[in-house]
Structure formats: structure tokens, C-alpha cells
Design a protein around this ligand. Structure first.
Ligand SMILES: NC(=O)c1ccc[n+]([C@@H]2O[C@H](COP(=O)([O-])OP(=O)(O)OC[C@H]3O[C@@H](n4cnc5c(N)ncnc54)[C@H](OP(=O)(O)O)[C@@H]3O)[C@@H](O)[C@H]2O)c1
Length: 264
């Protein structure tokens, strides 16, 4: 199968890293199935990429906190005869308030969006990938998976799960021609901090800590094509990740407690 005939499903394609993945993969010749809640943005992006690269684009509006969303996305693809060759499990956000002060439904939505939907979508695309003997899955984890835990946020735990499950799936599926990569960016220019309400604090962080989404996407794509199960993009993030792992758990706890720029 030529690269032009492959289709990538990208969740959270209406902004930031997901929209950047859409542009990057369109330039490589992939057809795209774009998913997010803000459908006007997806339609604009789909039209632009179709015109620019002559690819086939599909748009599906979905709120991935809805338990039915993964099966609805796959039904939409099946009705159109679209087989997913590449999955970019990207949609995500960070909670804003302390665990005990956050209504359970909001926490449950975070888990549904970034754990259950991520896992279910992978589970649903794998059978076709196995049958074809080719598939690529990128799950958006975070440098937070390596960093000390953040007080009261589910985010660190969620992204640690994504890192761990990606490595497990890669081990299981590589013999079937399927590569799975946990992409673990550090601070990346996107709408993430606007949504989280931490834009002011984020703007005060040193420029050296930030990456453009284009660099993150390129490194993530190259990693999954090479079969690397974990990708920490950028030199600075690599140094941070590797310096965090050998630290004893008690020291990681202390660091997380002491240096949290987004403390609420
Ligand atoms: N930016 C960073 O510094 C950074 C660092 C490490 C990891 N990450 C991870 O990278 C991924 C992308 O984040 P980003 O930085 O690109 O953030 P972003 O610019 O805020 O984009 C987030 C995307 O997720 C989608 N999304 C959020 N909630 C959704 C829902 N309930 N249903 C469907 N789609 C939903 C949004 O689309 P709609 O609002 O239109 O639904 C949007 O397209 C996330 O998983 C994030 O945790 C980001």
C-alpha cells in the first residue's frame, strides 16, 4: 500500500499539537479523519488541507468525554469504508482545580478523555492494523510522566498511564507490524495553558523550556516510524526526563511538592 492510501485518525485536531499533526501528515500524503468538539475549526482545516495537498479528509465532531464517542467515530469511518492506518491519540487538557474541590463528573471526564477513550480507540483500530500487518499509534503523554507528581492534579497520573500502556502495547504489537509510541512533550506552544487558565504563569517560564508544536510533531512521527516506544522531543526535555528517572521516589515527591509553577 502506498503512503497516499493511508489514513490517519487524529483526535484533538482543532488546535495545537493535533492541528499541527494534521498539517504534517497531510504534507506526507495521508488522508485524514479529524476529530474534536469545535467542528467549524475542523471543517476549515480539512478544506485547507484538501485544497493544498489533494488528500481525502473526513470530519467528525465528538466530545471524547462521551463514553459513546470512540464507537461512534469508528462507525463513521466504517460507513465510509475508511480503514485507520495511523492513530494520533492527542485530545487532552489539564484540570484546573484541586482534586477535593473538583466535582466528580469533571474528574471522571478527564479520565474518560485521556485514559478510557485513548485506550478504547487503540483497541478498536488494532484489528484492521493487524490484518494489514501495518499500523502506527502515537499516544500523547507528557514530560509530566517523568516529572515529580503535581499536587492535586490527575494529569501526572494520567500521562504516566499513557506512557506505560504505550510501551506495553508496543511490545505486544510490534511482531504484527504495529508501532506504538508515547510522545512526551514538555512545554509546547498551543492553547493548552489558555484552557488550563495558567497562561500568565506559563508566560513567565524561560523560553528555553518551550518548543514549537512543529518540532514536537516531527520528532514524534520519526520516532513512531522508527519503532521507538517512547519519544521525549527536544534536547532540554530529554535532559529533564533522564535526570528525573534516577531520583528516589521520596525526593521526587519533595520536588513535586516544592516546585510547582502552577500551584493553585
Ligand atoms: N502544550 C503542552 O505544553 C503539552 C505538553 C505535554 C503534553 N501535552 C498534551 O498534548 C495534547 C494536545 O494538547 P495541546 O497542547 O495541543 O492543547 P490544545 O491546543 O488545548 O488542544 C487540545 C485539543 O484537544 C481537544 N479536546 C479537548 N477536550 C476534548 C474533548 N472533550 N473531546 C474532544 N476533543 C477534545 C481540543 O479540541 P476541542 O476543544 O475543539 O474539542 C483541542 O483540539 C494533550 O493530550 C496534552 O495533554 C501538551
Amino acid at each position: 500500500m502506498s503512503i497516499q492510501q493511508r489514513t490517519a485518525l487524529i483526535t484533538g485536531a482543532s488546535a495545537g499539537i493535533g492541528a499541527t499533526f494534521a498539517r504534517f501528515l497531510a504534507a506526507q500524503g495521508y488522508d485524514l479523519l479529524l476529530v474534536a468538539r469545535r467542528v467549524e475549526r475542523l471543517n476549515d482545516l480539512a478544506t485547507e488541507l484538501k485544497q493544498q495537498y489533494g488528500i481525502q479528509t473526513y470530519v467528525f465532531a465528538a466530545d471524547l468525554t462521551d463514553k459513546q464517542a470512540p464507537s461512534a467515530i469508528m462507525a463513521f469511518a466504517k460507513e465510509r469504508g475508511v480503514v485507520i492506518d495511523m492513530l494520533i491519540n492527542n485530545a487532552g487538557l489539564s484540570g484546573k482545580t484541586a482534586f477535593a474541590d473538583t466535582p466528580w463528573q469533571e474528574l471522571a471526564n478527564e479520565i474518560q478523555l485521556m485514559i478510557t477513550a485513548v485506550t478504547e480507540l487503540a483497541h478498536r483500530v488494532i484489528p484492521d492494523m493487524k490484518q494489514q500487518g501495518w499500523g502506527r499509534i502515537i499516544n500523547l503523554s507528557s514530560l509530566a510522566a517523568f516529572s515529580p507528581p503535581g499536587a492535586s492534579l490527575l494529569y501526572t497520573g494520567i500521562k504516566s498511564y499513557v506512557l506505560n500502556i504505550s510501551e506495553s502495547l508496543d511490545m505486544e504489537l510490534k511482531p504484527h507490524g504495529i508501532h506504538v509510541t508515547a510522545l512526551c512533550p514538555g512545554f509546547t506552544h498551543s492553547e493548552f495553558h489558555d484552557v488550563m487558565g495558567t497562561r500568565d504563569a506559563a508566560n513567565h517560564l524561560p523560553a528555553i523550556l518551550w518548543q514549537q508544536p512543529e518540532a514536537v510533531v516531527k520528532e514524534g512521527y520519526e520516532a513512531v516510524m522508527k519503532g521507538k516506544p517512547v519519544c521525549v522531543p527536544g534536547i532540554v526535555n530529554k535532559v529533564i526526563a533522564s535526570s528525573m528517572r534516577p531520583i528516589p521516589e521520596s525526593a521526587r515527591y519533595f520536588l513535586g511538592k516544592t516546585f510547582n509553577p502552577f500551584k493553585n
